[in-house]
Write a protein that binds this ligand. Sequence first.
Ligand SMILES: [Mg+2]
Ligand SMILES: [Zn+2]
Length: 197
Amino acid sequence: MVKAVFLDRDGVINLDKAYVHRWDDFEFLPGAVEAMRQLHLAGYILIVVTNQAGIARGYYTERQFEILTEAMIEHLAAAGVVITAVYHCPHHPAGTVPLLSVACDCRKPAPGMLLAAAREHGVDLEQSILVGDKASDLEAARAAGVGTAYLVQSDPACLASAEGLSDGAFKGLADCARHILTRSRAINFSQTQEVLR
Ligand SMILES: [Mg+2]
Ligand SMILES: [Zn+2]
């Protein structure tokens, strides 16, 4: 079993410009790439879980999403970041593409993507962490049994809507990763002390 950091995409990894679907519009948030590199080096596998209702709404296609995802993965790989998997939900109940305009079990706050990722990659959900920028991300984590869920957000209204759902709030992934790494070093240290005693 492995430990994962589940990352929402828009608003966590890249600037949320609403329905980003072209590499030219994809803008990494400050410190996000280095934060992911540090989490990877600390032994977490990185799994992206992203709602892509723009596909159901007909704003862009599955293929366009795949092309953007490949560009993101390649850019990150060049920076020393290994993304183990990217899960996306292309659905929305009020979409315009008939086959995708359904109430599914993968659109967050539903836990479908997290449960599939855990099954397919042998993830220990209790030992894992989710980082999201919306209440729905944190609700999905809770529903899936992810041990820890953090919010990265500085908008007061968003912070208020996620009240009581997160184990901590940070202004960005860089600060959040720093917290995760400090915490895991503290846990490892106390386990070492336990063994030595
Ligand atoms: Mg988001
Ligand atoms: Zn879905």
